[in-house]
Design a protein around this ligand. Structure first.
Ligand code: GLN
Length: 344
């Protein structure tokens, strides 16, 4: 990756810095649209949005922030949280591990020899196993529980994009094969088509870039949505969710990401990346051109620049202070009414 853009007074003006990054990377047109789900090829390669939502409810954003797109794999972290809430950590750990694989997200699984578990909940195998844990008497009840959960994180009602759901259902043979393999080993029960439908529906949830940043801010704020004050997930599950995001959230780029950017994150093949600066803010970038790992090309550039400039890498101890917190404390959101500054 090239040298990060630098701004002399970036620490005190987050909005200006977001604008600069947007201007700088809008012309970058490397990468490909995801095409294995036919509906995703309808995306405009120029779409590009950056959103920051702070834990005290301020919003900074630039670009196509109202453009709707399907959440895809980013749904996996929230469904993992719901599985933890439904069953507790020990039971979930029996069904899906927490070990990074270094494999592509859709790799045909290597189930653990003894436990038969998929490695982690962020690859498709682990995510399908996680989805199979969602409780509810009927498929409609289970879908409604998921939609309610997502709307608590986002702060408004949410919908499934039916064409994308049907598009993935019609072409998702690889995921079907993964599910059958897990059925063979008794890791999921025989209602495979119901589980796969729910998995495709969660992936086809419609969101905007601001929605993703709000969801990330909710995780950063111990499960409490900072824009609505609603508790989206019990705070006791946040540590587990952020841990698997940190080690497994960016697929076979997860190690590089942890090294370069250094905060828990999750990406999806429609071009979203969401990341959590614990106790401070949620950040999201949406731009659908993807690199070979399936991560947004513009998204990676933006996050690397933000991390270097604001020093929010979890292990960036060199400054002895967090420039991101200082930047947020000094910044005033253009669309926000006065709110208390972030505590030092
Ligand atoms: N629905 C997609 C799939 O299962 C999600 C993949 C992704 O976003 N990486 O293939």
């Amino acid at each position: 990756m090239e040298e990060p853009a630098r701004l002399g007074h970036a620490m005190t003006d987050i909005q200006t810095f977001l604008n600069t990054l947007h201007d700088r990377y809008q012309p970058l047109d490397k990468g490909q649209l995801a095409s294995y789900i036919p509906e995703l090829t309808k995306a405009d390669p120029n779409w590009f949005a950056i959103s920051v939502v702070t834990v005290d409810g301020r919003v900074f954003q630039v670009g196509n922030v109202d453009q709707k797109f399907t959440i895809q794999s980013i749904s996996k972290i929230f469904v993992y949280g719901m599985a933890l809430a439904d069953h507790g950590r020990d039971r979930v750990l029996k069904k899906v591990g927490v070990e990074p694989t270094g494999d592509p997200f859709n790799s045909l699984i290597r189930l653990d020899e003894d436990s038969k578990r998929p490695d982690n909940p962020m690859i498709n195998a682990g995510a399908i196993a996680t989805t199979s844990l969602i409780q509810g008497p009927t498929p409609t009840d289970r879908l409604n529980r998921l939609l309610d959960m997502f709307s608590r994180y986002i702060g408004h009602q949410v919908y499934v994009d039916v064409p994308t759901f049907l598009s993935e259902r019609a072409t998702g043979h690889r995921n079907r094969a993964i599910a059958h393999l897990m059925l063979n080993f008794g890791m999921i029960d025989e209602h495979i088509e119901d589980v796969l439908d729910l998995y495709c529906q969660q992936c086809a949830l419609l969101v905007t870039c601001q929605d993703l940043a709000t969801m990330a801010a909710t995780l950063a704020n111990r499960g409490l949505n900072p824009l609505t004050g609603e508790q989206a997930v019990d705070s006791e599950h946040i540590r587990d969710i952020l841990s698997v995001m940190y080690t497994c959230g960016m697929y076979n780029f997860a190690g590089e990401w942890a090294f370069r950017v250094g905060i828990p994150a999750k990406s999806g093949v429609s071009g979203g990346i969401l990341a959590v600066v614990p106790n401070q803010a949620g950040i999201a970038v949406f731009s659908p051109l993807l690199d070979k790992n399936g991560n947004s090309v513009r998204g990676l550039r933006v996050f690397e620049n933000l991390s270097q400039t604001y020093g929010f890498h979890l292990f960036d101890l060199s400054m002895g202070r967090c420039r991101f917190r200082e930047g947020l404390a000094g910044a005033i959101a253009d669309d926000a009414s006065p709110r208390p500054a972030i505590a030092p």
